[in-house]
Ligand binder design. Structure first.
Ligand code: ATP
Ligand code: MG
Length: 231
């Protein structure tokens, strides 16, 4: 259960959510596409309560990459076109490139037309994640929700992917849930969740200076809380 969560993300902003397992990050993200609704308070997209938006209007704005990336039986292309049926092959390759998925799709027999098995069981977890990211990018949504979508990527791929996303998401609102500080330290704002409540919000430097929970996360990841301080 989430309590007293007050969180705003504007177009052009990246807001990150960090916190230990079970803190409520996925619960928070899932309120936006209305996997379930709040029992008190409200969630607004574009200033409108999500409960008042027609589902197709809400969905058209969202690019959700869930924590457990899901692929459908079909092809790479049919999975990527899920949110934009008329996307051209060029648009698909561009999204794959941004998602750091171009190389492995090119290496698959049949490329874009490569077969994807039920649940994506014939690609690795990290490949599945990148295809799910590409699927969101194809739609060019105004609100991206990445729920731990970079967790199966190595640090270098994670960094390349975030750099490639930057120009694409410049005018969008981006919410990034992550466990790894490196993934979110550049965010405009970082929200620290603990047991369903916000225990800190600010930039990396602000939180490193004054949020005990964030400091614990830094320590657990071998990062000095204050630059230059002995850890
Ligand atoms: N389907 C569910 N039914 C009941 N309780 C749930 C359900 N999913 C999650 N919870 C509970 O809600 C709380 C928050 O879970 P949530 O999945 O939002 O955490 P999280 O921060 O995303 O964790 P993780 O880092 O492991 O993904 C936890 O205490 C969890 O046990
Ligand atoms: Mg989660």
């Amino acid at each position: 259960m989430l309590r007293a969560v007050d969180l705003q993300a504007r177009p052009g902003e990246t807001v990150a959510v960090i916190g230990s397992t079970g803190a409520g990050k996925t619960t928070l993200v899932n309120l936006v596409p209305r996997m379930f609704d709040v029992t008190a308070g409200e969630v607004r997209v574009g200033g409108v309560d999500v409960r008042r938006l027609a589902p197709e209007v809400l969905w058209a704005q969202l690019g959700l990459v869930p924590q457990k990336a899901f692929l459908f039986t079909g092809t790479v292309a049919s999975n990527l076109r899920y949110g934009k049926p008329d996307a051209t092959d060029e648009e698909l390759w561009s999204a794959l490139e941004i998602a750091q998925a171009r190389d492995f799709v090119e290496a698959m027999p049949d490329g874009l037309e490569a077969h994807i098995e039920q649940g994506g069981s014939n690609v690795s977890g990290g490949q599945r994640q990148r295809l799910a990211i590409a699927r969101a990018v194809v739609r060019r949504p105004s609100l991206y929700l990445f729920d731990d979508a970079f967790s199966a990527l190595d640090v270098a791929t994670d960094a390349r992917l975030r750099a490639a996303l930057k120009p694409v998401t410049r005018e969008a609102t981006v919410v990034v849930v992550a466990q790894r500080v490196a993934t979110i330290r550049e965010a405009d704002r970082i929200v620290v969740l603990e047991d369903g409540a916000v225990v800190g919000a600010g930039t990396h430097d602000e939180l490193a200076a004054d949020c005990a929970t964030y400091q614990e996360i830094l320590t657990s990841q071998g990062i000095a809380a204050v630059e230059g301080a002995p850890s």
